[in-house]
Structure formats: structure tokens, C-alpha cells
Design a protein around this ligand. Sequence first.
Ligand SMILES: *Cc1c(COP(=O)(O)O)cnc(C)c1O
Length: 384
Amino acid sequence: MTIPIVDLYAQYLTIKQEIDRAIAEVIAESAYIRGRHVDAFEQAWASALGVKRCISCANGTDAIYIALRALRVKPGDEVITSAHSSISTSETITQAGGRVVFCDTDEETFTVDPDDIQRKITPAAVGIIPVHLYGQPADMDAIMAIAKRHNLWVIEDCGQAHLARYKGRYVGTFGDAASFSFYPAKNLGAYGDAGCVVTNDDRLAEWMTTFARHGGKGDHIMEGINSRMDGLQAAILNAKLPHLRAWTEARRRLAGCYDELLDDVGDIITPKVGPGRDHVYHLYVIRTENRDTLREYLTQAGISTVLSYPKALPFYPAYAHLGHVPKDFPVACFNQSRILSLPIYPEMTKEMITHTVGYIASFFKEFQESDSIPAKVIQFAERL
Ligand SMILES: *Cc1c(COP(=O)(O)O)cnc(C)c1O
């Protein structure tokens, strides 16, 4: 049995008729750019979350950029975000004219550490971008309290957290604005790039709509950008949205199976969920000191894994100019050398989970019985 990290074709087969019909409609109507499918999706997604406005755009990275521009980031403004995320979160800060200020993460949840946000605030700080990483909400009470105290705006990066909840409330509804990605492998994924910004602020919504559509249709009241969701993607998302709750429940059930079966296997630490948080398991991320050797072993067994993300953002060449050292982000660095994402997607069966865990258990059995793997592990640890 080979187990992919995600199987988009398996999902397509479960809703083939709905998807094929949606695509055929778009083609019959030539509704490729904007049009009724896009309008319908914006309304449906806003109402699924209980927010006033949803502005569709080309991808989740643009969504962050559009929100940053709407919040009028100026040169020299500092925007605080997590060291453990996709570069989408930080590159857009720079592109909007701001300065990126990275924070360390909380050891158990991989989300930004509110105490480190507090420490990094200077008079130049204007906003915070928390990331609901892997599908687990960041500590929103603490983050919103800091934002309020220091008069900072908040953009939630919800790229991995569709329908995740913090104290019963959907992520994306706490901040001034929130970005979503509908990249194909996300919990709600299109068949190409797509994204959106959501907000309860009508003025921000109007500005973002205008900005993302060349600064206004007909009358260009400003120079904008061209960032739109196309009709095919919107029609596909409309067909998929009614299934999202069931898919989310399936992810949570599968995560529960992993939690139970991996308890006490080797040195594995299964994902921990912070108080009041509903995790939607975009990724199921374990930690182990034997990460690289275990990963190799699973690859040999036909089981795919990924590293999201192998390095803390400050240590990519793009941020070398900031001159950070690992002790600036001890938790993110520690975690990022140990994380491993196991396959999880709604169409996975319990047998596939059992199969995966079986190989993980046999890896640790061999590990305990032979010298060769520990030697590799020690070498690996020395390189860090
Ligand atoms: C996927 C993702 C993005 C970017 O989305 P794209 O649609 O790929 O541009 C941003 N932030 C996080 C946390 C993501 O997972």
C-alpha cells in the first residue's frame, strides 16, 4: 500500500457529478472571470463564518497583501508575526512597505507566543499577523488583548484553518481582517489558485474590493492590482463547501486515531491542542528526535510525509539581513528540527492510518534493536 500525503483525485471521485456539473456550467456561461459563481461563493463563505464581507482574490498570499495595504502600512511600520509559518505571511509585510518582526512560538501548539509579541512591541509597531498553523487557532484572547492595549490591528492568517474555532468562534472573525487560501490541498481547496479576505469592516471591504480590481471598475480612483478568483475556481468551491463540515469531522476522527495509536510509540509527541481551541488538522504534525531517519524509513515503505516548514523563517536567505541567530527563536528552531507531517485527508481510511502507524512502530522497534539508526540520529543531532 502506498499512502500519499493528500489524495485530491480520491476526493474528486466522491463528488464527481457535482464538480463536473459546476465546471460545465461555467463553460456554458463563459463565466470565467467574476460573475455569479464568484458572487455566490463570496456570500456563502461569509455566511459560513458569520462575517459581513468576503472579498475573493487570486490566492492566499494576495489576500494578506491586500489586507496589509488596506490597513495602510507605511515604510518603517513594524508588523509582528510568527517565525514558524509559510513565507507568504512575512513576504507580504515587506511588499506592503513594512518591516517584519518575527516572534517565537509556543512549544505545544506551534502558534505565535503572545509573551514574545509583547516583548517585541516598539513604538513603530502597527499590527500583528497571527497564523492558525496546521489548523489550530492561535491564542486569540491573549493576542487581541495585546492588540487592544497597544492600538494595533490584527490580520489573521487562516490559510490552514478553515472552520477552526477558538472558544466556539470561527477563526477569521477576531481580527480587523483575515486571509484564507483555497490552494488545492487546503482543507477547502480549489482546482488551482484562489483566496479571499474576510472582514466585518465595510470601509476596509470597499477599499480592498477596489484595490484588488485595478483600483475600480470604469473609474480608477487609485492604482490597484489585479487579483481575482476565477469563475471555475468559485464554482468548484461552491460545489465543495457543503461538504466541508463532514470533511473537517473526518480529519478530526483520523487525528483521534493517530493520537490513540501513536501514544507510547517511540519518542513521538502527538499534536497538543491548546485550551478552548478546535483543531481542524490541515496537517497532523508529530515531533520526534528521530525525524529524518523516520522520514526516510517511511518513504521507503511508500508512505509520504512533509516538513512544514523545515526552517524558521528568519533563517532563510531572504531574511539573512536581519542577522538572527537560533537563540532568538529557541522554540521554533527546536520544534522545526523535529516536526513531521503524516498523511491526513478526509478520504483516508482507518486501515491507512493503522498501516502508517504500523511502519512507525516497526521503525522504533528496529531502532531499539540495532545500532545503525542511533548512530545516524546522533550524527544528525550534532549537525544542528
Ligand atoms: C497556504 C498558505 C498561505 C498562502 O496561500 P496561497 O494561496 O498558496 O498563496 C498563507 N499562509 C499560510 C499559513 C498558508 O498555509
